[in-house]
Design a protein around this ligand. Structure first.
Ligand SMILES: [Zn+2]
Length: 304
């Protein structure tokens, strides 16, 4: 048995995975990695933490996100069962520990982690979550992406496979990348979206902004067709209809909260007004989760 409290590992990630996990202990020995074949040698891996995507080329593998460090051996075994080829590139969708915790274990094997540059900066400096106050300690060495990019679209390739990295500025954080595998018609959203019918954290203290979540989801709706497979940060495989539903929610949240911000209301007044009360029934676990999301949307407009 080796157990670790999730809070001790990656405090700032709690809201990614839902407040209900805050008090849970993870027994890593019991976590199983589930592999789902998305077609065209592309796979979704679920374990504990952010969903992983694996794309196999003729001479190597592209992987998206690395979950928690204690799961790296299990994840490597699951990938070996798909292909014996080496993992050449790993993309980090954002800095939170449930998506980057395994970086060092994979880079030590020779993989190159690629990320938007703000991930490097935040991992090196350590972070504080604006909603919970929880701190994430700085990391260094192989835990840091070896290669970064600033903005726009970056393309990486292994034999016969291509991944498009799209930076969406200020969305879940200020370092988000969503990934598109055109030949497999797969979009990987990172934590800009979940498929659990839950509000998604806007990590406003680390550059998050509800308006970026809207921009990204708008882009996915333009890109996707009815066959597109959407690997979200947390939750089961999604599709264009799931994106449309989530897009409508984030747009409504933005409109209602921004109106109150423009009227000069304080954070406390906006939370007390419960502007998303009708949505809470569908999207919030409890009153605290509902209030947290309103606070996060409010602070999207107050980020310094
Ligand atoms: Zn996250």
């Amino acid at each position: 048995m080796h157990k670790t409290t999730i809070a001790a590992l990656a405090a700032s990630t709690l809201l990614c995975a839902g407040a209900a996990m805050a008090q849970q202990q993870v027994d890593w020995d019991k976590v199983q990695i589930k592999t789902t074949d998305l077609g065209n040698k592309t796979y979704m891996l679920e374990g504990q933490g952010g969903n992983i995507t694996v794309a196999v080329g003729t001479d190597g593998i592209i992987m998206v996100d690395t979950q928690f460090a204690p799961l790296s051996e299990k994840i490597k075994a699951a990938i070996k069962a798909i292909s014996p080829l080496p993992i050449k590139y790993i993309i980090n969708t954002h800095f939170h520990g449930d998506h980057t915790g395994g970086n060092a274990n994979f880079q030590k094997d020779g993989a190159t982690v690629i990320a938007q540059d703000n991930i490097r900066i935040r991992l090196l400096a350590g972070t504080t979550n604006g909603t919970t106050g929880n701190k994430t300690q700085p990391v260094s060495g192989d835990a840091i992406p070896k290669e970064t990019y600033i903005g726009g679209v970056k393309t990486i390739e292994v034999g016969g496979r291509k991944a498009e990295l799209h930076h969406v500025y200020n969305a879940h954080t200020d370092g988000d990348t969503w990934v598109y595998f055109p030949d497999a018609n797969v979009i990987c959203t990172g934590d800009v979206m979940n498929n659990r019918h839950r509000y998604q954290q806007v990590d406003f203290a680390n550059g998050g902004d509800i308006r970026g979540m809207i921009r990204a989801t708008n882009d996915w709706l333009k890109l996707a067709n009815d066959n597109t497979k959407v690997v979200v940060g947390h939750g089961p495989l999604a599709n264009k209809a799931s994106v449309a539903e989530y897009n409508a929610m984030v747009k409504t949240a933005r409109e209602r909260v921004e109106k109150l911000v423009n009227e000069g209301k304080s954070e406390a007044e906006v939370v007390a007004a419960k502007p998303l009360a009708d949505l809470d029934k569908t999207w919030a676990d409890n009153d605290q989760a509902a209030a947290n999301f309103v606070k996060q949307v409010y602070n999207s407009f107050k980020r310094s």
